[in-house]
Ligand binder design. Structure first.
Ligand code: AP5
Length: 219
């Protein structure tokens, strides 16, 4: 069983790679972005509270996010967890260590996906997703085979995220550099950090991640 963090700015490819690991290795993807969007869809009080924050591109409070992760981790995952978009602050990183420690687990690897800012803007501005199965596409690098139809589940309900606009992206990048990028040093100091080239082709990025997973000893 492996527990890993995919760490990177918006558009680095965290979700794309996490979904491949779920299919290939039976790991559980724990995406705080998806969990917060689900809370918005289901109309909970918390979902309403975070909607504006997310649309602006600001970070949701540590308390809310850590609470969601705690709840989800209690359901367990025999194949291990892929933390996608969590932790994003030093407080969240400390909390993750404590949550894993509760069940005698630890992180096996924190994989930093390095992508330059120009590429992030191109990726975010061309992204669209399937509302039915969650598959993520891109106008240029990963279009659907048939226009308007999801390759994976056949749904025609494809959409673009409301925070994928120039103004929110600027805020999301600032939040990443101010609050999340210090985690690179944090995990380096703990000896958990691996850095990979997130600019490579999707298949090649996947191979780099697989190599790290196969090398790092199981928890
Ligand atoms: P979240 O949903 O986590 O968004 P994000 O971190 O901004 O990351 P993205 O989902 O935008 O990008 P990704 O790295 O998954 O890239 P993807 O694989 O889709 O968070 C949204 C909001 O929720 C936050 O702004 C915040 O408000 C809140 N939030 C979430 N977690 C929080 C937390 N822990 N604390 C506080 N607040 C939190 O790929 C992008 C595009 O590029 C796709 O079109 C894809 O097809 C394409 N692509 C992927 N890989 C490649 C490649 N190798 N080559 C070419 N194209 C590629």
């Amino acid at each position: 069983m492996k527990n890993i963090v995919l760490l990177g700015p918006p558009g680095a490819g965290k979700g794309t790679q996490a979904r491949r690991l779920v299919e290939g290795r039976g790991m559980v993807q724990l995406s705080t972005g998806d969990m917060l969007r689900d809370a918005q869809k289901s109309g909970t009080e918390m979902g309403r509270k975070v909607a504006d924050v997310m649309a602006r591109g600001d970070l949701v409070t540590d308390e809310i996010v850590i609470g969601l992760v705690d709840e989800r981790m209690r359901a367990g995952s025999p194949g291990g967890f892929i933390f996608d978009g969590f932790p994003r602050t030093l407080a969240q990183a400390d909390a993750l260590g404590a949550l894993l420690g509760r069940t005698g687990r630890k992180l096996d690897a924190v994989i930093e996906m390095r992508v330059d800012d120009d590429a992030l803007v191109r990726r975010i501005s061309g992204r669209f997703s399937c509302r039915s199965c969650g598959e993520v596409y891109h106008d240029d690098t990963k279009p659907t085979s048939k226009p308007g139809i999801c390759d994976k589940c056949g749904s025609s309900d494809l959409f673009r995220r409301p925070d994928d606009n120039a103004e929110s992206l600027k805020t999301r990048l600032m939040e990443y550099y101010k609050k999340t990028s210090p985690l690179i040093g944090y995990y380096y100091a703990l000896g958990d950090l691996f850095s990979i080239d997130g600019l490579a082709e999707i298949d090649d990025v996947a191979k780099s991640i697989e190599a790290i997973l196969d090398e790092s000893p199981a928890a």
